[in-house]
Design a protein around this ligand. Structure first.
Ligand SMILES: Cc1cc2nc3c(=O)[nH]c(=O)nc-3n(C[C@H](O)[C@H](O)[C@H](O)COP(=O)(O)OP(=O)(O)OC[C@H]3O[C@@H](n4cnc5c(N)ncnc54)[C@H](O)[C@@H]3O)c2cc1C
Length: 380
C-alpha cells in the first residue's frame, strides 16, 4: 500500500513540528514554505512543560536544552508594590510534576533544532500556496511560482492569516487586542552588576494597573541574556511585525510607575521591537474532508499564557498519532479525530489567554502544564 502524501503549508513552529512527528512515523510528508529561508526572527520564546514534553518525545530534548535557561520559578508580582501574588515551582519541581521543565530559549535556536531534526527532502522553501482544488482521487496545490503538486492530505499550518483557513471557512480578520507588545534583550551580567539584589532566575510576570499593561522578564541563552516582554495599550490598530523597532524611552515612560526592580530591568535596553497583538475567537471546526488546520491557523491567541506555540506543538503530535498507519481512504476520518481530540483544549487555552488572568493569583496550572500530547486519550 502506498502511504498517503501529506502536504503541510507553513514551516513555522507548528508546521515543522508536525512534519518531524509525521516523518518519524514513516509518513510521506512535505512542508511547503513561502519564505526563501527559515525565519530567525522573534527573539525569545517560553516553552512550558507541556511543550517541552511533546518535543522531548520527538527526540529534541537535548537540542532545545543546549542553550536554554530553566527558570526556577514562575512568579506573578504586583506592578507597584512588587508583592508576589502567585508562585509556581519550575525546573526540578516541574520535571517531577509534569515530566519536563519550562525552558526559555531563543526562537532561532528552536527553529534551528526543528530544521536539523527534519530529514532532508521534507522541506520546500520558496513555495507560496495560492490556491488548491480537489478531485475524487487527490488534492491539487497551486503555488505562486507556477508549480502544481498533488497530495492526499493538506495541513494548513500557515499562521494567523492562514489562506487555507480562509479557503475552508471564509474570510474573517484577526481581532486587534488594543495592545502593542514590546520586546528587548539585554545583557544579564550588566543587570546583575548594577542590581546584585535582583534575582533573575525566575520567570517573572509583573501585572500592571490594567490588564493591558504588563511586563515579563526571563533569561535566555543559558542565562547570559535577559529578555523583556511588555504590553501597553494603543487604541489604534498598528501593524504586526517581528522586526519593527520602537523607542525604548517610550516603553520606559509607559511603565514609569512600576516597582523599582521592574524599572531597573528596562534601564539598559538600547533597542526594542514592537508589534501589534492580534488574536482570534475559537473556531467551531478545523477540518473539512482531507484538509485541516494546525497552530495559529486555527487558534491564534494572545501570548499571555505562553501557550501559542505550545498548542501548535501539541496539535502536531496529536495529528501524527491520528494519521499513523492510516490509508488514503481513512484520511478524512483521521483528521476529524485529530480535530475532536484537540479543539476543546486549544479553544479553552485561547479563551483563557484572552482573559489574561492565568496564574495572576494562586490557581491551577496542572490543566495546562500537565497535558501529555503523547498519551492524552484520542477522540473515538
Ligand atoms: C510577541 C509574541 C510572543 C509569544 N511568545 C510565546 C511564548 O513564549 N510561548 C509560546 O508557546 N507561544 C508564544 N507566542 C505564540 C507563538 O509565537 C505562535 O503561536 C507560533 O509561533 C505560531 O506558529 P505557527 O507555526 O502556527 O505559525 P507561524 O509561525 O505564523 O508560521 C506560519 C508559516 O506559514 C508560512 N505561510 C503563510 N502563508 C503561506 C502560504 N500561502 N504558502 C506557504 N507558506 C505560507 C509563513 O511564512 C510562516 O512561516 C508568542 C507570540 C507573540 C506575537
Amino acid at each position: 500500500m502506498q502511504s498517503p502524501r501529506i502536504a503541510i503549508i507553513g514551516a513555522g513552529i507548528g508546521g515543522m513540528t508536525a512534519a518531524i512527528a509525521l516523518a518519524r512515523r514513516g509518513a510521506d510528508v512535505t512542508v511547503y514554505e513561502q519564505a526563501a529561508a527559515l525565519g530567525w526572527v522573534g527573539q525569545a520564546i517560553n516553552l512550558a512543560p507541556n511543550a517541552v514534553r511533546a518535543l522531548d518525545g520527538l527526540g529534541l530534548g537535548e537540542a532545545i536544552r543546549r542553550n536554554a535557561w530553566q527558570p526556577s520559578l514562575r512568579l506573578s508580582r504586583d506592578w507597584d508594590s512588587g508583592r508576589i501574588t502567585s508562585q509556581v515551582a519550575l525546573a526540578e519541581a516541574a520535571r517531577e510534576r509534569y515530566g519536563a521543565p519550562t525552558l526559555t530559549v531563543h526562537r532561532a535556536e528552536l527553529i534551528g533544532a526543528l530544521a536539523t531534526a527534519l530529514p532532508a527532502g521534507h522541506l520546500r522553501l520558496g513555495h507560496r500556496l495560492t490556491d488548491w482544488s480537489e478531485t475524487r482521487h487527490a488534492l491539487h496545490l497551486h503555488f505562486a511560482h507556477g508549480a502544481d503538486i498533488e497530495c492526499d492530505a493538506l495541513i494548513g499550518a500557515d499562521g494567523i492569516h492562514s489562506g487555507v483557513r480562509q479557503s475552508l471557512f471564509g474570510r474573517d480578520a484577526p481581532r486587534y487586542t488594543g495592545m502593542i507588545a514590546w520586546r528587548g534583550v539585554t545583557s544579564a551580567a550588566s543587570v546583575r552588576a548594577a542590581h546584585p539584589h535582583i534575582d533573575l532566575a525566575p520567570f517573572t510576570k509583573w501585572w500592571g494597573p490594567t490588564p493591558q499593561i504588563q511586563l515579563v522578564n526571563f533569561l535566555i541563552r543559558g542565562g547570559e541574556e535577559l529578555f523583556i516582554f511588555a504590553t501597553l495599550p494603543a487604541p489604534e490598530p498598528d501593524r504586526e511585525s517581528w522586526s519593527q523597532t520602537g523607542d525604548p524611552e517610550q516603553l520606559r515612560q509607559g511603565l514609569a510607575g512600576f516597582h523599582p526592580e521592574a524599572r531597573a530591568l528596562l534601564d539598559p535596553l538600547r533597542e526594542v521591537f514592537r508589534t501589534a497583538l492580534y488574536d482570534r475567537e475559537p473556531l467551531p471546526a478545523w477540518t473539512r474532508g482531507r484538509v485541516c488546520l494546525l497552530g495559529d491557523a486555527c487558534h491564534a491567541m494572545t501570548p499571555f499564557m505562553a501557550q501559542g506555540a505550545a498548542m501548535g506543538i501539541e496539535d502536531a503530535v496529536t495529528l501524527a498519532r491520528c494519521l499513523d498507519g492510516v490509508p488514503t481512504s481513512g484520511i478524512a476520518a483521521a483528521l476529524v479525530r485529530y480535530e475532536q481530540s484537540r479543539i476543546a483544549r486549544a479553544s479553552r487555552v485561547q479563551k483563557t489567554s484572552h482573559e489574561n488572568q492565568f496564574l495572576k493569583n494562586p490557581g491551577d496550572a496542572d490543566w495546562v502544564y500537565g497535558h501529555d500530547a503523547w498519551t492524552a486519550p484520542l477522540a473515538p
